[in-house]
Design a protein around this ligand. Structure first.
Ligand code: BG6
Length: 505
């Protein structure tokens, strides 16, 4: 999303793309397939090289083969051999391990030599596709050997994957470490939700149309629901997940991206500073809840064995690398409020979980009911709900639900839908969702990346829930069957306010 509105035809500057964690899942599944899509769309610089950093020596050819295999498996478009060979042909492997500082000195020398031969002009994009525990040690070493210094007009950028911290204190500490070696403008904290078209479209929808803003507030909106339901269970990620849980994994990052775009004030300009300031502002306005409030306004669940489609799912606690008595939630639902003039009194209900009946990601904005019962045979509370739904999964688009008269002599009312689907209007090339983010990083546009203050504001808002759940352990954890709609308490969280989660039509 170029903030100056320019088309996506600009070629990024020559640069080296240096991947830490290149032998891992993320590099194989997303980063290289995204680079391939950019290469196919002719959006990579002409002078470009990929440098894979491994902890143990590996031959260039071995790494190329492994990444090529990954590309064939995970590519979102048919793989053109010539393009793939050209892309991976410019890959070299360098070994460096942050626990051996000398290896970073050697790496710096090798990298500089490589840059000369590849003519990448000294611009560097460091991509940390590593486990989070490596973010700080790697960046410290990069800083120490001077690889992040922006001199002679070169740029040096650092992409940091999620999870960014595990709570407020660790996120602050990580920001502190990173900011010791790089300036905020060099840091690109990635959240792949911002690579999704519909998520970016929330900004355009709200601020490029005059008709939504006048009703986008507490006078007209009853409440907002944000749902990220997943069908998949935890699978092979037991060890990560059992130290993380649904709340940490999804809420301060992905769900809060959706919330901040929906709830932010209009930025004065469409540039990274203005947009990111408004996003941080609204996250900071989420009311910090007391322990009692956090307990009352949250539900957590864990899945039990069940069947989803034709797949049997075992109990979460039987997953490999999960503790047999784990208190970790695989489902979280929260009620939040935002303390500002636009949203005072408008609840934001958030829910996310694994092993549910269907994959569904959406923001549903529920408008207030018509104020009185003019149609005597259809009392106000029986009129269908007025929802404005921003759909991200399974289909990207926007739906407006409203009431209409059923044809015939009597006044009978029924709810109908007006639907816009991206795929009907635009020819969209299948993508990994990372292309926009990687491209933006190469052209130096950080509008879609998270700034330190919004990451911390996000953790601040969820910290009371983390604290109260930690103190309770497994007490209060609800169990739900895999393939169901989640724990009963989640429905009850809205029912007690006289509301319901939206049911897709
Ligand atoms: C990741 C989480 O960040 O997002 C996963 O770690 C989750 O647990 C995934 O499955 C969801 O992303 P998407 O794009 O499928 O909604």
């Amino acid at each position: 999303m170029t903030s100056n509105g320019a088309s996506r035809q600009i070629k990024p500057d020559p640069c080296s793309f240096i991947i830490f964690g290149v032998t891992g899942d993320l590099a194989h599944r997303l980063v290289i397939p995204a680079l391939y899509n950019l290469a196919q769309s002719k959006l990579l610089p002409d002078e470009f090289c990929i440098v894979g950093i491994t902890r143990h020596k590996m031959a260039d050819t071995e790494l190329r083969e492994s990444l090529m295999k990954g590309l064939r498996k995970f590519a979102t478009r048919p793989v053109d051999e010539a393009i793939a060979n050209r892309l991976l042909g410019c890959l070299s492997c360098i070994d460096a391990d942050p626990s051996d500082p000398g290896s970073f000195d050697r790496m710096a020398t090798q990298l500089e030599a490589l840059e000369k031969s590849r003519k990448t002009a000294g611009n560097r994009l460091f991509y940390m596709a590593t486990p989070p525990s490596a973010f700080a040690p790697i960046s410290q070493q990069l800083g120490r050997v001077g690889l992040l210094r922006e001199d002679n007009g070169y740029w040096r950028r650092l992409v940091i994957e999620k999870p960014f911290g595990t709570d407020l204190a660790s996120a602050r500490a990580l920001n502190h470490e990173l900011l010791k070696v790089a300036d905020e403008h060099q840091l690109y904290r990635i959240d792949h939700y911002l690579g999704k078209e519909t998520v970016q479209n929330i900004l355009v929808l709200r601020f490029a149309n005059g008709m939504f803003e006048p009703i986008w507030n507490r006078n007209h909106i009853d409440h907002v629901q944000i749902t990220v339901d997943e069908k998949l269970g935890v699978g092979h990620r037991g060890s990560f997940y059992d130290a993380t849980g649904a709340l940490r994994d999804m809420v301060p990052n992905h769900l809060f991206q959706l919330l901040s775009l929906v709830a932010m004030e209009p930025p004065a300009r469409f540039d990274a500073h203005a947009v990111r300031s408004e996003k941080a502002e609204v996250l900071a306005a989420i009311q910090t809840q007391s322990e009692e409030e956090a307990l009352r306004n949250s539900v957590r669940g864990q899945y039990l064995a069940g069947r989803i489609g034709d797949t049997d799912i075992e109990d979460y606690r039987k997953t490999k690398d999960v503790r047999p008595e784990s208190p970790i939630e695989t489902y979280a639902a929260l009620k939040l409020t935002i303390d500002n003039w636009r949203w005072a009194g408008v609840p934001f209900y958030l829910r996310t979980g694994k092993a549910l009946a269907a994959k569904r990601t959406e923001v549903a904005i529920k408008f207030k009911q018509a104020p009185f019962a003019m149609f005597r045979d259809t009392p106000v509370d029986r009129l269908s709900q007025n929802y404005f739904v921003i759909g991200i999964e399974p289909a990207e688009g926007i739906t407006l639900q409203f009431n209409t008269k059923v044809p015939g002599p009597a006044i009978a009312i029924d709810g109908v839908e007006m639907k816009f689907l991206y795929k009907d209007y635009f020819k969209v090339e299948p993508s990994t969702g990372y292309e926009t983010l990687i491209y933006d990083c190469m052209i130096g546009d950080n509008i879609l990346f998270q700034r330190a203050d919004s990451v911390e504001a996000g953790w601040q808002a969820v910290q009371p829930f983390l604290d109260v759940w930690k103190n309770l352990g497994a007490e209060g954890l609800e169990y739900y069957q895999a393939g169901s709609d989640g724990p009963e308490g989640s429905a009850a969280l809205l029912i007690r306010d006289g509301r319901n989660w939206r049911k897709p039509s």
